[in-house]
Structures are given as structure tokens and as C-alpha cells.
Design a binder for this molecule. Structure first.
Ligand code: GDP
Ligand code: GDP
Length: 453
């Protein structure tokens, strides 16, 4: 599990600037609720060795009424799901009534709030931010989001306080599986555990229907686990002699005393489930085509390195022409996840659901198939022979040997001279070469290049 950091504040204080600094904007996921269009954004943050989920709650003025109040309420729901709340104010503009309004709301929440005075570049930060003490939320932390000043210190300070609850937050792939022994130990661990399968997708694509369909066919033991509403429920099950843990993001198995105030669909819950899973079953609604949210979710799955199976649901009762149109659109837009199998199913009628599990098993097998040094080096040599690496500054890039650096996803570490300078096109070529040679299906592959022997 990764901690969730929420950015709160009135418009123009610098939330987007900070959000962009902390994440790769490309991966921002926008919450879109019918009728409520305030732009709440979610991203995966990796900053100075810290990993977390960051939420830009969108602008709140603190004095909304009517529909605006309802929208602000939606934005502030993100606060409920957060482990750390960063309340941004503008050190240049000074204290405003809107800041006061937001502070009043935050003070009522049972959350640790950090007041962050942004834009302290080129001004006297201490004297300009002093007035924010009157918000009554404690110390003022000075940053300049645009330049990154103070950001590491702020994150270190706020996140280290909750570190005990989130042991994964400092792990980075590069240090986790640095050598073959680590990879081997990881593989043994993966093979001894049930497959964690997360069923994710936008609201209304049919996740609950699919989950019920899957569970209906199985002998199921359901645990009613304590936890907050943002946590998914884990459902152990067995299928074809394999053990699974289904991660239910759809809220099929309702926990007792879940507050109705929190929406059924939670992006944080979805992102946590993707992190937690070995294999992600992404469900898409055939009738709606590919939506931005589907693409963002796929981006998260890719970034997390998870195995992936895509279920195109509601395939029942569609005309032949319509089906062909949908298939063409999927082909066109899902090229970037062409390693994943696509299934056309009807969760409602149960059509095609059984075959999903064949692909889930195949994807997991690919993600956890032992790959040894001599095989990886052999494939590397063949690739290098078929297509020489380019010259960089007059010298030929030389790949020397490869070994496994991890599993789920498979990580291949290639050592050599000037490999850091390989162009992206050549790196892609290597990845595709490995994919074909290793015959992986359903999992992304990562290649890390290391300078020297
Ligand atoms: P949001 O509405 O809270 O998301 O605010 P934005 O991130 O869009 O920023 C509002 C304006 O403040 C933009 O023009 C930013 O360039 C500017 N800004 C953001 N951070 C800083 C900073 O650290 N220093 C200065 N001088 N300007 C900043
Ligand atoms: P969730 O929000 O993703 O959990 O979606 P639900 O499982 O609640 O389904 C949303 C709506 O789509 C419900 O009205 C379902 O009956 C309907 N639905 C789900 N699966 C199918 C399907 O395979 N075919 C059709 N026609 N409707 C479906």
C-alpha cells in the first residue's frame, strides 16, 4: 500500500504546479462524476526516493453555495481518503477569506494538515508567511513549487511520520531487485502465494456483475475485514486447482458500517488495488468505447508493471457492424498495451468469463517464469547480431551480458559500455526482441541498462 497525499487550496495557489512536479502529468487520472465536473486529478508520485499517490483536489474557494457547495464537497472527499493533507496558500497573495473557509473545513476533519506557503521564491518567506499562523493549523512550511525549493523537506517531514504504516513507500525498483539472488528470492515468494487478481474499471462497466459471476461459480470464503472505505476487500477463491485472492474494487462484498457518503467508486481504491495485484483484469464497457479514464487506468497498470488482461464487457446483443467498429477502435487505441489479451465477454450472461482465467493464468505464468543469465545473455547476443547498436560519439555501444533483476514484471538487467546512451528506439527493439524470444504474454517487460561489467 502507498500513502495518499492530497493537495488542497483555493485556485491559483500552485496545486497543479506541485502536482506536476511530483508526478508525470501524462499519468494524471481525472475523476469524472456525472454532473460534478470539478477537476480532481490523481497521479503516481515518485520523488526523491518516495512513492505515493497524489491527489489534486481541484480549486475550492471555501465559500461555495448550492451546486458549488456540492462540488466542493466532492473535491473535499479526497481529503477523507488522504493520509497526508497539504493545504497550500499563496505567500505572495497573502491570507484570503477563502483560505479561512478551507481551514475551517479542514480543522473539523480528523486529519494531520500541513499548511504550505507556496511561491516563497524571491520574497522574504518568513515575514510573508507569518500571517498564515492565524489559520490555526500550526507551523507554516515554505516552498516554491515552481522551482522545487522546500518540496523534499516537506515530503520527508510529513511522510516519515506515517512511514510505519507504509513500508513500501521508500522502495524503488532499482534497489529492490539489484541482483540475481534478490530476483530468485522474489520469485520463490511469488510462487508460494495465491495470485492476487484485481478487477478494476470505470463506474458502471460491469465490475460487480463480473465479480458476482466469478464468485457465483466458486466455493467462496469471504472475509469481512476491518478497514477504511478506501480499502478493497480481499476474497480468497479457488479455480482449476489454483488459489486466487480477488481484489474487489467494486464493493460487491459490502463491509458493515461503510459510510454512504463515500462514493462507491474510489480512484484511490482502484490505484491501491493495482499496486497490490499480481494481475489486473481491466474491464471496459463495449458500448461506451475507450474513455480517457480507461487509458489512464491502463497507464497506471503499465507504470506499476502489472500483468494485464482486458475484458470488453457487455458484448451481448450488439450488431455485427457495431462489433466490428468497436474492434477497430480498440485496435487503434490499445496499441500501447499490445502485450495484453483482449476478451469479449458478457458478465450478465456469463459468456466468455471462463476463458478470462486462462489468460490470467498465462499472464501470471509469463510474469513469473524463471529466466536465467545464460538464456538472457544468449538472446541479447542474438539481438545484437541481428541489429547492431548505433555508434555514440564515434564509439560502438556494446552490450556485454544480461541477467534477471526481478519478476512480475520480469526485469532484465543488461550490462555494457555506453548502454546508458542507447536511443529509445533501440531500447524498444531490445524489449520486443526479448518479448518474442521469451514468448511472454500478458505482462510488460522492463529492461534496465547498467554501465560497465
Ligand atoms: P492551482 O490553481 O492551485 O493549480 O495553481 P497553478 O499551479 O496553476 O499555479 C498558479 C500560478 O502560480 C501559475 O501562474 C504558476 O506558474 C504560479 N506558481 C506556482 N508555483 C509557483 C512558485 O513556486 N513560485 C512562483 N513565483 N509562482 C508559482
Ligand atoms: P460496476 O459499477 O462496474 O460494478 O458495474 P455493475 O456491475 O454495477 O453494472 C452496471 C450496469 O451494467 C448494470 O445495470 C448491469 O446490469 C449492466 N451490465 C453489467 N454487465 C453487463 C453485460 O455483460 N451486458 C449488459 N447488457 N449489461 C451489463
Amino acid at each position: 500500500m502507498l500513502p495518499v497525499v492530497a493537495l488542497v487550496g483555493r485556485p491559483n495557489v500552485g496545486k497543479s504546479t506541485l502536482f506536476n512536479r511530483l508526478t508525470n502529468t501524462r499519468d494524471a487520472l481525472v475523476a469524472d462524476y456525472p454532473g460534478l465536473t470539478r477537476d480532481r486529478k490523481y497521479g503516481q508520485a515518485k520523488y526523491d526516493g518516495l512513492q505515493f499517490i497524489v491527489v489534486d483536489t481541484g480549486g475550492i474557494t471555501g465559500d461555495e453555495e448550492g451546486i458549488d457547495a456540492a462540488m466542493a464537497e466532492q473535491s473535499l472527499l479526497a481529503v477523507e481518503e488522504a493520509d497526508v493533507v497539504l493545504f497550500l496558500v499563496d505567500a505572495r497573495a497573502g491570507l484570503t477569506p477563502a483560505d479561512q473557509g478551507i481551514a475551517n473545513y479542514l480543522r473539523k476533519q480528523q486529519k494531520t494538515v500541513y499548511v504550505v506557503a507556496n511561491k516563497v521564491d524571491g520574497i522574504d518567506g518568513d515575514s510573508e508567511s507569518a500571517e498564515f499562523f492565524s489559520l490555526g493549523l500550526g507551523e507554516i512550511h515554505q516552498i516554491a513549487a515552481a522551482h522545487g525549493r522546500g518540496v523534499s523537506q516537506l515530503l520527508e517531514l510529513s511522510l516519515s511520520k506515517i512511514e510505519d504504516n507504509f513500508p513500501d513507500m521508500r522502495a524503488t525498483e532499482n534497489t529492490r531487485n539489484d541482483d540475481e539472488e534478490d530476483a530468485e528470492a522474489q520469485l520463490a515468494r511469488l510462487q508460494s502465494l495465491p495470485i492476487k487478481l484485481a478487477i478494476v474499471g470505470k463506474p458502471n462497466v460491469g465490475k460487480s456483475t463480473l465479480t458476482n459471476r466469478i464468485l457465483g461459480e466458486e466455493r467462496v470464503v469471504v472475509y469481512d475485514m476491518p478497514g477504511t472505505t478506501r480499502d478493497s476487500i480481499f476474497i480468497p477463491m479457488e479455480r482449476d486447482g489454483r488459489e486466487y485472492v480477488l481484489i474487489d474494487t467494486a464493493g460487491v462484498r459490502k463491509r458493515k458500517k461503510v459510510s454512504d457518503a463515500v462514493e462507491k467508486f474510489s480512484i484511490v481504491k482502484t490505484l491501491q488495488a493495482i499496486e497490490e495485484a499480481n494481475v489486473v483484469l481491466l474491464t471496459i464497457d463495449a458500448r461506451e468505447g475507450i474513455a480517457d479514464q480507461d487509458l489512464s487506468l491502463l497507464g497506471f497498470v503499465l507504470n506499476a508493471g502489472r500483468s494485464l488482461v482486458i475484458a470488453v464487457n457487455k458484448w451481448d446483443g450488439l450488431d455485427k457492424d457495431v462489433k466490428e467498429d468497436i474492434k477497430r477502435e480498440l485496435d487503434r487505441r490499445l496499441g500501447f498495451v499490445d502485450f495484453a489479451r483482449l476478451h469479449f465477454i458478457s458478465a450478465l450472461h456469463g459468456t466468455g468469463v471462463g476463458h478470462l482465467f486462462e489468460s490470467v493464468q498465462e499472464a501470471y505464468a509469463s510474469a513469473t517464469k524463471r529466466i536465467n543469465t545464460s538464456l538472457l545473455t544468449k538472446i541479447m547476443e542474438m539481438a545484437q547480431e541481428d541489429h547492431q547498436p548505433p555508434l555514440v560519439r564515434g564509439r560502438r555501444v556494446k552490450m556485454k551480458y544480461a541477467h534477471a533483476g526481478g519478476y512480475n514484471p520480469p526485469v532484465i538487467v543488461i550490462h555494457g559500455n555506453q548502454v546508458d546512451d542507447l536511443p529509445d528506439s533501440y531500447k524498444r527493439y531490445m524489449m520486443n526482441y526479448y518479448r518474442k524470444s521469451l514468448e511472454t504474454m500478458g505482462t510488460p517487460i522492463r529492461i534496465e541498462f547498467r554501465e560497465g561489467a
